[in-house]
Design a protein around this ligand. Structure first.
Ligand SMILES: [Zn+2]
Length: 127
């Protein structure tokens, strides 16, 4: 079984994320907008500059959808690097650049013996 600490560090290193990443595992999320989301990425900013990333994931939603927690975290970390590098697009946040980074990360993780599932799924990640 892959250690989650090492897995997260490997993703952050490969993606080149500079700012600290906080990951919140929600067991019970009643927030109207986010209760049905498997996960999402946000930034915390000071004077318009990102000082940290916060990734949220709904544990119950993941179990129901059979999402693997590592895959979910890796996917959200791709959003984090897009946000950090100013490449994130609100309208099309799973654009070609996003997909390309997912492919590179999948390969990199596989190469170090930490294979993940598809980090981008055109059916699910349709926006
Ligand atoms: Zn996404």
């Amino acid at each position: 079984m892959i250690d989650t600490n090492i897995f997260i560090f490997a993703c952050i290193q490969m993606l080149g994320i500079q700012k600290p990443v906080e990951i919140r595992l929600l067991s019970n999320n009643k927030n109207k907008t986010t209760k049905d989301f498997a996960a999402w990425a946000e930034t915390r900013n000071r004077k318009g500059v990102i000082y940290k990333h916060v990734i949220f994931t709904n544990l119950a939603e993941n179990i129901e959808s059979k999402y693997n927690l590592h895959d979910v975290i890796a996917h959200e970390l791709v959003h984090s690097i897009m946000l950090e590098t100013g490449k994130h697009k609100d309208k099309r946040h799973h654009d070609k650049s996003f997909q390309a980074i997912c492919t590179i990360l999948e390969k990199g993780l596989k190469d170090i013996g930490m294979p993940v599932g598809k980090l981008y799924d055109p059916v699910i990640d349709n926006s």
